[in-house]
Design a protein around this ligand. Structure first.
Ligand code: PAF
Length: 280
């Protein structure tokens, strides 16, 4: 496995693969790998000739007061884990490499980024789209992999790829969970032992909601009240949102019929955690 820090070196490293028509699979990440990241890498290993992973904590997608400075960074361990699942190349650019002096161009989108997390993290998805567009231009992969824990991000990236004519196949993988159901996230390290235990109520509340819907409940507000009741068990937490939305538009639905996404964002101590399930 090679670790590459500059765009120039990445182009040199990928040139033979590009010339030989090899299929490049790409996983953009912010590092601090857990099994969710590794699942994306393993899938890329099965489906592509070259597996390329980027590690870049993107300052553009954090607002003032968010966790950019303390976001977990553990390059040595990340390199070891990526190597263990057969990654070929790790691209670890610096902030200056990605955003050279004078950088002025941003990618934005109507509608989807204003929903769910967009209401609570202004500018977040503009930052995500800008960096993902840049990484796509730099890496020029054939396939790119994203986890469904960030469901909204995957929808926005899929829309961006169509709108900006990137010839990249976006593949999504299911959320990987701890044994007790908590969705794996690099931010789980912010949780103290009691918070970590309480955080299991997030997935429990979503499973309960899905069961209510499976059993015939069609009122979003009734399901949301039950989710809220369960989330109250998490001491010192503050809900950002609990929403039941259309899976394609992320518009809230009042009456549940057909496919919906039940999505939650909650602050537990210093961690802002998100999770979601689909009812179908
Ligand atoms: O999901 C993430 O880790 C980030 O939002 C991404 C896609 C790597 C962009 O910085």
């Amino acid at each position: 496995m090679r670790i590459i820090e500059t765009i120039h070196d990445l182009n040199v490293a990928l040139a033979p693969a590009r010339r030989d028509g090899k299929r490049i699979g790409f996983i953009p990440t912010m590092g601090a790998f857990h099994d969710g990241h590794l699942a994306l890498m393993r899938r890329a290993r099965k489906e592509c000739d070259i597996v390329l992973v980027s590690i870049f904590v993107n300052p553009l997608q954090f607002s003032a007061g968010e966790d950019y400075d303390r976001y977990p960074r553990n390059l040595t361990n990340d390199n070891r884990l990526a190597d263990s699942v057969g990654v070929d190349l790790i691209f670890v650019p610096s902030v200056a490499e990605m955003y050279a002096k004078g950088f002025r161009t941003f990618v934005d989108q109507d509608e989807l980024p204003t929903k769910l997390c967009g209401e609570h993290r202004p500018g977040h998805f503009r930052g995500v789209m800008t960096v993902v567009a840049k990484l796509f231009s730099i890496c020029r992969p054939h396939v790119a992999y994203f986890g469904l824990k960030d469901y909204q991000q995957t929808l926005i990236v899929k829309r961006m790829v169509v709108d900006l004519n990137y010839d990249i196949d976006i593949r999504t993988c299911p959320t990987v969970r701890e044994e007790d159901g908590l969705a794996m996230s690099s931010r789980n390290v912010y949780l103290g032992p009691k918070q970590r235990k309480d955080a299991t109520y997030i997935y429990k509340s979503l499973v309960y909601a899905r069961k209510m819907i499976d059993d015939g409940e069609t009122s979003s507000s009734r399901v949301i009240s039950e989710v809220r009741r369960i989330l109250r068990k998490i001491k010192g937490s503050r809900v950002d949102y609990i929403q039941i939305v259309n899976q394609d538009t992320l518009e809230p639905v009042r009456e549940i019929k057909g496919k919906t996404l039940i999505a939650v964002a909650i602050r537990v101590g210093k961690a802002r955690l998100i999770d979601n399930v689909m009812n179908q």
